[in-house]
Design a protein around this ligand. Sequence first.
Ligand SMILES: [Zn+2]
Length: 365
Amino acid sequence: MVLRRPGSYLYAATARDIDASHTAKYGILGCMEQVHPSHQQEQLAPFKLAPYYSTRVWGFEDLAPWFEKKAAPGEPIGEAWLTGPDSIVASGDLAGQKFAAVVKQHAQAILGSAFASEGEYPLLIKVLFPREKLSVQVHPDDVLAQQKGEPRGKTECWYILESEPGAKVALGLKPGVTPDAVRSAIEDKSLEDLLGWVPVEAGDMVYVDAGTVHAIWPGVVILETQQTSDTTYRLYDYGRPRELHVEASIEAMRVETAAGKIAPEAGTQGESVLVDKTYFRVERWPHKTEALYAAVAATQDPQLLFVVEGALQVTGEGFEPFTLNRCELAVIPAHALAWKLGGDAEVMRILPQGGSVERSAQIVA
Ligand SMILES: [Zn+2]
């Protein structure tokens, strides 16, 4: 994974390890400078984030046992944004600051050279709590989103944290359904019949690429990983009075997509690779803290750790240690101060994939 981008090892060595004596010893400054001219790479301590809670008509007023948060009466919470722009740093020197501001100010340290030009954290991680049916919606891909002036489209994936019997999600259209059939089904309020329904249960990973018509129904708690994007077109709302974006949806939707449940693959250290696609890689580490730490420390990319169960201790030089409890998320900067991981927890590790170089190549293609 580290070798995905040519030169990333060289870059990492430049940032972390090369000093004058090193250079004198190995005489490699010249070639290093072409890879990255800066010798002053800022390093940042890992830190945890407190969620931003998003009010949604279809949410809950009490998020126990997942989060301690209680909503104001009549203002149910549907989403806990773990890496949203308004999430708050909850440990260390930057505590109290908004995540968006911290990422802007420390873009190189947090995102590394591949993602620094994104200007924001490229992945948005949320926990979703639907108490009612979520609208049927679709997101544009990068090309369409950028034609409309947005920075990126939205491909997402859903890890099912909890499910009730009979839980299901809609992924794409049934075979043979045409855009005209979609239009008339919206008018006579029968679009559900044209969707491909997929049963889900706890532990499933569902991939939802941009252009896939999709809906989440109640009976699940979902850890969602998505490209950071606000662009959602609502195609259908079961006759509820919220605004629809039918023509934009039909322009963005694709009749055939790659969406579906993904079977986990065994990693090399006891982890499960749940999804590994263009924009993100998500792994589940079942109580393998030492192996997880070794894997995280060997990776020179931005990383996120989310605790599903148990607790992790993050310690290191030059920063206050902190504990990551259930449902808490830590940001591991691409250029991190020396740190260690202890404790015992089941953890999701989430990595953005691609970066600006690869993405602009895709857009040209
Ligand atoms: Zn979506």
